[in-house]
Design a protein around this ligand. Structure first.
Ligand code: FAD
Ligand code: NAP
Length: 335
């Protein structure tokens, strides 16, 4: 455990917002959690800071997760079960699995952040979500002061949603997860985004986790700003799910509306498309902006404050609502 007082969070959030935190504690062993001195109502667990926006100084305690480790806990000819500590970097784990030819998380390559944050919003990309491979989540509960475990089907996973964003919000520290990956007979998810197109272009016949991960990484690099160069937190808003009536109303005015029919009889609209239709691609506000290539991503253009970025998100919400009557919900966690 290492403790720092009154430091800048600039290196610890991918939006590169310069705010201060009163107390910053690096946790590298789960046993430290029992004795860590925090105000239960004023603390935050931080992984890679790639899904947070700090709008002001944080006057409580940040617990920075650096608990590392990974191991195989079960293996058969068909599958492998891995236990991974929460402070591991998610993308490094994806690379480890694809290099071993284990299938299941190849579509989730290049998502920034830590393993422990992955179940929080049930990370997803290209038709795969972590819930598809997750067996259980282990965490320290600051209320009971005990380690507890939830099986995947107890985590109330939804689209960018879980129990950890709801009843367990601000109560727990995820210490490790267990995932099950396939070694054979895997059904690859290639129908999403441009994956199929890329497979044809590259004339690839035999699929492997590495082939898919390489394509996903190339597509992502071509579309998304690299947080190491331009401050951002990926998609700022969730894709809204609307009912048939709303979808038809929008389709009448915009026949080329980007929409996906969901199993629950709702219609998913692409939030990026809605923002683009408001002529906001590249829109600048104070020192923040809407990314020129992907309207769903807000960027720190030039030393923006968290407040600048938040206000920009408010303007976007208002414009989308007045044009489409659809309420955008933020995906990024605001502090
Ligand atoms: P942080 O930002 O540090 O934390 C996020 C939230 O989780 C906070 O509320 C925090 O308190 C909580 N938290 C973190 N760790 C723990 C823990 N151990 N225990 C309890 N609570 C914890 N997301 C996707 O789903 N799909 C994508 O394709 C995707 N692409 C992205 C691309 C870019 C360029 C960027 C910048 C972000 C992208 N994201 C994506 C969002 C982000 O990478 C994920 O949400 C990621 O899981 C966040 O990890 P983190 O460690 O940075 O979490
Ligand atoms: P894209 O391929 O241009 O597609 C635009 C939107 O359409 C996506 O948001 C995706 O929804 C949806 N979509 C595409 N194909 C679909 C299908 N076959 N069925 C249902 N919905 C479909 O998207 P992109 O911006 O380049 O992102 C590619 C993937 O990476 C997406 O899954 C996206 O969620 C993920 N991503 C997430 C973040 C983040 O921060 N959360 C950032 C970058 C990329 P979904 O978003 O619901 O998948």
């Amino acid at each position: 455990m290492k403790v720092f007082n009154d430091i800048s969070l600039l290196p610890y959030n991918t939006f590169k917002v310069d705010v201060k935190v009163k107390k910053f504690i690096i946790i590298d062993d789960e046993n430290e959690l029992k004795s860590v001195d925090i105000d239960k109502n004023n603390y935050l667990v931080l992984g890679g800071g790639s899904n947070v926006l700090f709008t002001k100084d944080f006057n409580g305690t940040i617990l920075k997760n650096e608990i590392k480790g990974k191991k195989i806990i079960e293996e058969t000819e068909e599958y492998i079960v891995l236990n991974i500590k929460s402070g591991e970097i998610w993308h490094d784990i994806v690379i480890w699995t694809v290099e071993n030819n284990w299938n299941g998380i190849e579509n989730l390559a290049l998502i920034p952040g830590t393993v422990g944050a992955a179940p929080i919003q049930n990370i997803g990309a290209y038709g795969v979500e972590i819930k598809d491979v997750l067996q259980d989540v282990r965490f320290f509960n600051f209320e009971t002061k005990k380690i507890e475990i939830l099986k995947s089907d107890e985590c109330q996973f939804g689209y960018r949603d879980s129990i950890f964003k709801r009843s367990l919000k601000n109560k727990i520290f995820i210490t490790d997860i267990t995932i099950k990956l396939r070694k054979k007979n895997h059904v690859y998810r290639t129908d999403y985004g441009n994956i199929k197109e890329e497979l044809t272009k590259r004339n690839i016949q035999a699929l492997s986790p590495k082939v898919i991960a390489d394509i996903v990484m190339d597509i992502r690099k071509s579309k998304l700003p690299d947080p190491a160069e331009i401050g951002n937190a990926g998609s700022f808003f969730k894709n809204p799910e609307v009912n048939l009536e709303t979808y038809l109303r929008i389709k009448e005015k915009y026949p080329d509306v980007v929409v996906f029919k969901l199993e629950n009889d709702k219609y998913k609209l692409a939030a990026g498309w809605l923002i683009e239709q408001c002529n906001m691609k590249g829109y600048e506000y104070k020192n923040a902006a809407v990314h020129i290539k992907q309207a769903l991503v807000l960027i720190n253009k030039n030393h923006a404050t968290g407040k600048d970025i938040f206000e920009l998100s408010e303007i976007i919400k208002q414009k989308v609502f007045s044009n489409f009557g659809v309420e955008l919900e933020r995906e990024v966690n605001i502090y």
